[in-house]
Design a protein around this ligand. Structure first.
Ligand code: XMP
Length: 517
C-alpha cells in the first residue's frame, strides 16, 4: 500500500488513480496528516504530490519529517520534489523561466526509476522523455546523497535520486497522460522500488469488500436506495452477493427518469439477479410538488425532500432494517474533506441524502468509499452487471427535473425522454457514446416557429449537450460530426410531437455548467 500526501495539486487524485491502475492500493491524505496515521497506515512507499505553493516562501506546506524517517521509498512530484529536497538539506529557488506544458527531458545514467524507460533514443546515449512540466521553482542544490537522474535545458535538476534510501524526485508530472511514459514510471516506483505486488484487482476488491460487509452487518437487514446510476447499482450487486435476502432495495420512480430506466432496473435486479427490489411509483407526488416552481435550487430541494419522504415511508414498512447503504465513492470522500476545510464552493446543491441515516436512526454502510469511479465500474462488471449499465453516462439525482428549464410538466418530461432517447440511440449507433463523457437533451420551454409540410408550427425547442471531461469539474463541448447532428435533429423534429427546433450547446465548463440548471 502506498500513501499519497496531497500538497494541493489539481492532479493529486490522478496520482492515486494511476497507482490503483498499477494494481496497488493507495490512499490520498492531506500533507499534514497525523504522524499516528502515517505509522498505522504502514505504507510501503510514499508519494508527495505537486502543489501551488513555493518552497522558498515563508510558511510553505511541509511533510512531517517522519515521512523521510520511516525507511520506505519516497517519490516527490513537482512541489513534492522541491519540498523533499528542501527538507533534506538541498536548496530551491525561483527559476528564471517558468516552465509550463510540454518539455523534453534527458534521462541520465541508470536510475532504478527511469532506466530503460524512454520515448526516443538519443545519439548521446540519453533516454529522451516527452513530459508535462508545470513549475515556477526549481531545485538548485542537491541534498546530500542525491544525484541527478534527469535534466532539461531550463531545469538541470529535472529528476533527482538517492538510490540508497529510495528517495526520488521528478520535476515533471508522471501522472498526466501528456507524460507518455508516466504510468510506467509510477508502476516502476510502486512495483520495483516499493516492492508492492499487483494485488488490487477487481476480483480481489470484490472478495475483500464482500467479506468486510459480512463482518460489518452480521445478521442485520440493510436498506438501499437504488437509483439506476452506476454507484447504487454496484452497491446492490455487491450487497446481494454478500448478504442476499438481508438486502432490501427501494427504487423510487419519480417520473423524471430516462426512457426505459425503471424497466431496466427492475429487469436487471429483480428479475435477472433475484434482488429484493420494491418499486415505488411516485411520479404524481413529485410532479405535484414541482407544480409552479421554476427556480433550479428550489426544484432540487423539493425533489430531494420528496425523495426522502417517499423513502422514509417505504422504510417504515421494514422495521427490521438496521443499516442504510449508500454509493458514496472515494472522490466524494476526498471532496467533502475539502469542503470541511472550506476550499470548495457550492455552485449547485447536488442531490444529497446525507442527513437521512441520522433521521432514520440507521447505521451507514458505504462499501465503495475507497474506490474511484473506474474501479467501481470494473467491480460492477466483475459482479456481473451488464456493461451498458456500468458504462452509462452519469445522470443527476434530480433527473429530468433539472433538464426541463423552469417549471416541470409531465408532457414536457415525456417529450424530453423521447428526444433524449433518440440522441443516445444515435450516439450508440454511431459509436460515439463512449467517446463523450456525458450527453443528453434539454427541454427549453420557449417556442419557436417552424414549418412542417405546408403548416406553420409554433412549438418548443430541444437543446443537445455532449461534453468531454475527466473529472466533471471542467469540460469541453464535444465536436460531434455535423452529419451526425443533422440526423439526430431530423429524427427529433419528426418523431417528437411539439418540437420545432433542435440546437447544439457549444459552451464549455467553465463558464457553463454541464447541466443547464
Ligand atoms: P454541473 O452541472 O454542476 O454538473 O457542471 C457536473 C456533474 O454533476 C451532475 N449533476 C448532478 N448530480 N445531483 C446530482 O446527483 C445534482 O443536483 C446534479 N447537478 C449536476 C451533472 O450531471 C454532471 O455529471
Amino acid at each position: 500500500r502506498i500513501l499519497i500526501l496531497d500538497f494541493g495539486s489539481q492532479y493529486s487524485q490522478l496520482i492515486a488513480r494511476r497507482v490503483r491502475e498499477a494494481g496497488v492500493y493507495c490512499e490520498l491524505h492531506p500533507f499534514d496528516v497525523d504522524a499516528a496515521l502515517l505509522r498505522d497506515f504502514a505504507p510501503h512507499g510514499i508519494i508527495l504530490s505537486g502543489g501551488p505553493e513555493s518552497v522558498h516562501q515563508g510558511q510553505s506546506p511541509q511533510a512531517d519529517p517522519l515521512v523521510f524517517a520511516l525507511g520506505v521509498p519516497v517519490l516527490g512530484i513537482c512541489y513534492g520534489m522541491q519540498t523533499m529536497a528542501a527538507a533534506l538539506g538541498g536548496r530551491v529557488a525561483a527559476a528564471e523561466r517558468r516552465e509550463y506544458g510540454y518539455a523534453q527531458v534527458r534521462a541520465r545514467g541508470h536510475s532504478r526509476l527511469l532506466h530503460a524507460i524512454e520515448d526516443h533514443d538519443s545519439p548521446e546515449g540519453f533516454g529522451l522523455l516527452d513530459v508535462w512540466m508545470s513549475h515556477g521553482d526549481r531545485v538548485e542544490t542537491l541534498p546530500d546523497g542525491f544525484q541527478v537522474i534527469a535534466e532539461t535545458d531550463n531545469a538541470p535538476l529535472a529528476g533527482i535520486a538517492d538510490e540508497t534510501r529510495g528517495f526520488y524526485g521528478l520535476q515533471f508530472h508522471p501522472e498526466v497522460t501528456h507524460t507518455r511514459q508516466g504510468q510506467r514510471m509510477l508502476a516502476r516506483f510502486v512495483h520495483e522500488i516499493c516492492g508492492c505486488g499487483k494485488r488490487w484487482t477487481p476480483a480481489k476488491i470484490a472478495e475483500e469488500t464482500i467479506e468486510r460487509v459480512r463482518a460489518q452487518v452480521g445478521e442485520d437487514h440493510v436498506l438501499l436506495g437504488l437509483s439506476g446510476g452506476v454507484d447504487s447499482a454496484v452497491v446492490a450487486a455487491l450487497l446481494h452477493q454478500a448478504i442476499g435476502e438481508q438486502l432490501i432495495c427501494v427504487f423510487v420512480d419519480n417520473g423524471l427518469l430516462r426512457a426505459g430506466e425503471a424497466d431496466q432496473v427492475m429487469a436487471t435486479f429483480a428479475r435477472h439477479m433475484g434482488v429484493r427490489v420494491v418499486k415505488v411509483d411516485a411520479e404524481e407526488r413529485f410532479l405535484a410538488r414541482l407544480a409552479g416552481v421554476d427556480d433550479p435550487e428550489q426544484k432540487r430541494k423539493r425533489i430531494g425532500n420528496t425523495f426522502i419522504e417517499v423513502f422514509e415511508q417505504e422504510a417504515a414498512r421494514h422495521p427490521e432494517v438496521r443499516w442504510l447503504a449508500q454509493g458514496t465513492i472515494y472522490p466524494d470522500v476526498i471532496e467533502s474533506a475539502g469542503a470541511r476545510t472550506g476550499k470548495a464552493k457550492v455552485i449547485k446543491s447536488h442531490h444529497n441524502v446525507g442527513g437521512l441515516p441520522e433521521r432514520m436512526q440507521l447505521k451507514l454502510l458505504e462499501p465503495l468509499r475507497e474506490l474511484f469511479k473506474d474501479e467501481v465500474r470494473k467491480l460492477g462488471l466483475e459482479l456481473g452487471l451488464p456493461a451498458d449499465m456500468v458504462y452509462r453516462h452519469p445522470f443527476p439525482g434530480p433527473g429530468l427535473g433539472v433538464r426541463i428549464l423552469g417549471e416541470v410538466h409531465k408532457d414536457y418530461a415525456d417529450r424530453l425522454r423521447l428526444a433524449d432517447a433518440i440522441f443516445i440511440e444515435e450516439l450508440r449507433r454511431a459509436g460515439l457514446y463512449d467517446q463523450v463523457s456525458q450527453a443528453f437533451a434539454v427541454f427549453l420551454p420557449v417556442r419557436s416557429v417552424g414549418v412542417v409540410g405546408d403548416n406553420r408550427q409554433y412549438a418548443h425547442v430541444i437543446a443537445l449537450r455532449a461534453v468531454e471531461t475527466i473529472d466533471f469539474m471542467t469540460a469541453r463541448w464535444a465536436e460531434l460530426p455535423y452529419d451526425f447532428l443533422a440526423q439526430v435533429s431530423h429524427r427529433i423534429v419528426n418523431e417528437v410531437a411539439g418540437i420545432s427546433r433542435v440546437v447544439y450547446d457549444v459552451t464549455g465548463k467553465p463558464p457553463g455548467t454541464i447541466e443547464w440548471e
